[in-house]
Write a new protein. Structure first.
Lengths: 137, 121
């Protein structure tokens, strides 16, 4: 009976993931974590525990980033946290696939994206819509 | 009918072992060639079987797989606990590696010089 209890305990430990723990409040975060996750300070307490856990893992890498990377990280964090888990998974898959593209092709794609963005900025500045209006039937 | 013909002679108990060895040696020397050849062949076959059976048992347990199975309740419990511990260790390691991989990817996406919209539908 005692052995069965031990096995049951081990199985419980096996099945319990970090997702099973309680959420972490914003106040309980360290200053370094708060700095990295500052854009999420308002909605942090309402985020699901699993998302909090993953964001905390990601925030661990924040101190090692360059100032430019830190700026991008903070700018994108809120939009990233608002995505659904499926959208985030799809984005990871895209990024993983894109990382496997040869460097020169990757650079070409980046160049195209930059040109596209610049064109959008110019169009929005001049008041012309970025996409042409749909044709009338 | 005498039923005691197959039983050993009670007197044989009193024969000294040295005497038995001498008798057997003498008897062996008196064996004919055919008997000696048959005995030698039988011995060789027995030796071959012995030498074959050992490596088979060592490499794959074959029909002796039962030796690996626990025999008592305590052994079963120990085996189950060991299995659960190995499973737990494996799952934890995989989970840790997976989490690391995801956080690495997330950081890369959040800091890449390509905008987030490129990767998000």
């Amino acid at each position: 009976m005692r052995n069965l209890a031990i096995i049951a305990f081990l199985l419980m430990g096996l099945t319990s993931t970090p997702a099973g723990a309680a959420t972490t409040s914003w106040r309980s975060l360290t200053p370094a974590q708060q700095e990295a996750l500052a854009p999420l300070s308002q909605q942090w307490d309402s985020l699901p525990e699993q998302q909090q856990h993953r964001l905390l893992k990601t925030a661990k890498r924040y101190p090692n980033l360059t100032p430019e990377q830190k700026s991008r990280f903070r700018d994108r964090l809120e939009a990233w946290s608002k995505l659904t888990p499926e959208q985030r998974n799809a984005a990871r898959e895209k990024y993983r696939a894109f990382s496997k593209v040869p460097a020169e092709h990757r650079e070409q794609v980046k160049q195209m994206v930059r040109q596209n963005q610049e064109a959008k900025v110019r169009q929005s500045a001049s008041g012309v819509p970025a996409t042409p209006p749909p044709l009338q039937p | 009918m005498n039923t005691n013909t197959n039983l050993p002679n009670k007197n044989s108990r009193h024969i000294a072992p040295e005497r038995i060895v001498q008798l057997l040696t003498r008897a062996a020397q008196q064996l004919d060639d055919n008997t000696v050849a048959a005995l030698r062949q039988t011995r060789n076959v027995a030796l071959q079987r012995q030498s074959l059976s050992k490596p088979v048992f060592a490499l794959s347990t074959g029909h002796n797989i039962r030796w690996l199975l626990p025999h008592s309740t305590h052994q079963w419990m120990a085996a189950i606990i060991l299995f659960v511990a190995i499973l737990f260790g494996g799952v934890s390691y995989w989970q840790h590696a997976h989490e690391n991989d995801l956080s690495h990817l997330d950081t890369a996406i959040l800091t890449d010089d390509l905008p987030l919209e490129v990767f998000v539908d």
